[in-house]
Ligand binder design. Structure first.
Ligand code: NFS
Ligand code: SF4
Length: 644
């Protein structure tokens, strides 16, 4: 195992990159080290031209910027802007889905159709759109327009806010953070963090909170719900993961990024007979698609497309020498991709007008002719197959996994199609077989060993009977370690959790999709509250959240909407507000009073898991169900003694 990654496919490829003189992110991290201490602590400011300013964390030199801004203000502004950046990314993705949705409903987007009518009716109900005696297209058009209007809405509340428990909605009202419109909240963060505007760290953070909620219960949720209607709500699917899914004798196309709009079409085109024939004329046996990052999660759960890897594998996928084309859309794309690709034959193809990269080929995705763009891309990849430089070096590592656990699936698996329900989940939490539920999500970060923290944290949680829900690169990390298989329950889970997993036939670690799909976890939490027996707010549930290897602004936005929704959330790697004691105290302590959820920072994944378990136990005690668990464990001990 390489010290840089817990994934065995990585070490040899990192060495190969060195031999091939391909510079990858670990090399660049070395070149950047030591990184700026002020930036790390969140106390440098370059918001205006009187700066850049930095605050001395030891209190010996400057204690404020030229304008008088203190460490608290600077850190709060930086943190709020991280939220705004993350919320903007998720929400602009949601907007793109809404726009395509409208075009599809109008019949102006050839190749796209409404796939999930049941979910369409559900969302129509959420939006208060009449459905009787109306065609699917008419309803869809109203849904698309209503969704799009949520971005520019100026007053009132976002419609999905109503999906939260009533008590949660009341907490938001009391604190004045119920989101009004998605774009409005992002803009207001930018205004209030401009030089000389909001200079009270608590007040800055409140707007950051409203913005984060506009992401989780707004932009992200719109993205998830509308994608489900367009492409189908995920159902359990068996898939494969890791670089071993690349094929030596086929044209390998990697789809990387976040918006599945074009890549859905590439999947269709790659299965085209005409394309397969064309591939054969170039000496390839077939066309093999594989995903990286969240586009990978989207295509796996809806189309069964294998996953080549997570964030830190994007460069190394190219280093295999087996990738004909890497097609990227938006977000988490390293600018180095075309540079690394120069050492090999891989073509990097950008597809979004919002994301061009120097050195890449640009083939723009247009909803008016998506099949056309998809065909052009696949044909280019095929043409590139004969240009491989020598025999590719594909790692053998690959693993099976089960994905596709939407809220609807969980409901169905537990309760049956006609009586979908969370009752069995709640009951097993109440009787103590399941101790609680944890969301372990987020990125990779080259500052910590790749995947290692995800896997260590999740193993510790399931060993202690905590059911784990995952999205994003975290889900890919644990899938590669074999944790997303039903067999993992017996091998790694505590006896209570294992018993439930075996009875229902689910893995102890549940793949719920991409990072935008963290909104599914919010819906699942709200459904648990609604089911009854576990309090009347998300903050009463024995649940916790974590991102042990986070790196992106999106992760901060997600973490913050979980905290503001009442969830204890712990992040690893580094924490961006440590230069301000006051702001850190607001996030780590005061928010427990005001929002009944709070942040924590703990780089050691096992220690962080223990903090989550401690929090879960505290909530069990408050609900009066702590004794039940002791009884269950006692019973199991007895049974085992009798059995042996
Ligand atoms: Ni989420 Fe998905 Fe991965 Fe992090 Fe990037 S791909 S949106 S941001 S790195 S988990
Ligand atoms: Fe410095 Fe204030 Fe300008 Fe920031 S806003 S750069 S602290 S003068």
């Amino acid at each position: 195992m390489s010290e840089k990654s817990a994934d065995n496919s990585m070490g040899p490829l990192i060495d190969k990159a060195k031999a091939d003189k391909a510079e990858i992110c670990w090399d660049r991290l070395d070149e950047q080290s030591p990184q700026c201490g002020f930036g790390k602590l969140g106390i440098c400011c370059r918001i205006c031209a009187m700066g850049p300013c930095r605050i001395d964390p030891f209190g010996e030199e400057a204690d404020c910027g030229v304008c008088g801004a203190t460490a608290d203000t600077i850190a709060a502004r930086n943190f709020a802007r991280m939220i705004a950046g993350g919320a903007a990314a998720h929400s602009d993705h949601g907007r793109a889905v809404a726009e395509l949705f409208i075009a599809a409903a109008q019949g102006k987007a050839p190749g796209y159709e409404i796939k999930d009518e049941q979910k369409l009716l559900q969302v129509a109900m959420d939006f208060g759109i009449p459905v009787e005696n109306r065609t699917i297209r008419d309803i869809a058009l109203d849904i698309g327009k209503t969704a799009l209007s949520q971005f520019g809405q100026q007053e009132g509340e976002l419609l999905f806010v109503k999906k939260a428990p009533l008590k949660r909605q009341a907490v938001w009202k009391e604190n004045g953070v119920t989101p009004r419109g998605i774009d409005r909240e992002i803009v207001e963060v930018m205004h209030r963090t401009h030089m000389g505007v909001d200079q009270d760290h608590r007040n800055v953070l409140l707007q950051g909170t409203r913005c984060a909620l506009a992401d989780g219960w707004g932009g992200s949720m719109i993205g998830t719900e509308l994608q489900d209607i367009l492409f189908g709500a995920p159902v359990p699917v068996i898939g494969k993961v890791n670089l071993g899914v690349l094929k030596e004798d086929e044209v390998n196309i990697i789809i990387h990024g976040h918006e599945p709009l074009l890549s859905e079409m590439i999947v269709n085109v790659a299965q085209d007979k005409e394309m397969l024939e064309y591939a054969k004329t170039k000496g390839a046996k077939g066309i093999n698609l594989a995903g990286i990052c969240c586009t990978a999660n989207e295509l796996l759960m809806r189309r069964g497309i294998p996953i080549a890897g997570n964030f830190l594998q994007q460069e190394l996928a190219i280093v295999t020498g087996a990738v004909e084309a890497m097609v990227v859309d938006v977000q988490c794309l390293m600018q180095s991709l075309p540079i690394v690709a120069q050492c090999y034959h891989t073509q990097i193809i950008t597809t979004s007008p919002k994301a061009k990269i120097p050195g890449a080929i640009h083939i723009e995705f247009s909803e008016r002719d998506a099949p056309g763009s998809a065909k052009e891309i696949v044909r280019r990849a095929i043409d590139n197959f004969p240009r491989r430089k020598g025999k590719p070096n594909i790692p053998k590592e690959q693993m099976d996994l089960i994905a596709g656990f939407s809220h609807e699936t969980i409901n169905y698996l537990l309760g049956g199609k006609f009586r979908g329900s969370y009752r069995p989940l709640n009951e097993n939490i109440i009787n103590g077989r399941i101790r609680g539920v944890a969301g372990v999500v987020g990125c990779n970060n080259p500052k910590v060993p790749h995947d290692e923290l995800h896997v260590a944290m999740v193993k510790e949680l399931i060993k202690n009977d905590v059911l784990v829900l995952q999205t994003g690169c975290a889900a890919i990390a644990c899938a590669k370690a074999g944790l997303l298989l039903p067999e993992a329950a017996k091998q790694y889970a505590g006896s209570g959790l294992a018993e439930v997993c075996e009875a229902v036939g689910i893995p102890p670690v549940i793949h719920m999709g991409s990072c935008v799909d963290n909104s599914r976890i919010l819906i699942a939490a709200a459904a648990m509250v609604k089911e009854g027996g576990l309090g009347d707010d998300i903050s009463d549930l024995p649940v916790a959240g974590a991102a042990p290897e986070w790196m992106s602004e999106k992760a901060i936005s997600i973490g913050h909407y979980f905290v503001a929704s009442g969830v204890f959330t712990v992040f690893g790697v580094t924490w961006p507000t440590l230069g301000s004691q006051a702001l850190t105290k607001t996030l780590f302590e005061e928010y427990e009073q005001t929002f009944r959820g709070k942040w924590a920072f703990e780089p050691d994944p096992v220690k962080a898991a223990k903090m989550m378990i401690e929090h879960i136990d505290k909530k069990r005690k408050a609900l009066g169900i702590d004794k039940a668990r002791e009884r269950v464990l006692f019973d199991m001990q007895k049974r085992r003694e009798l059995g042996s």
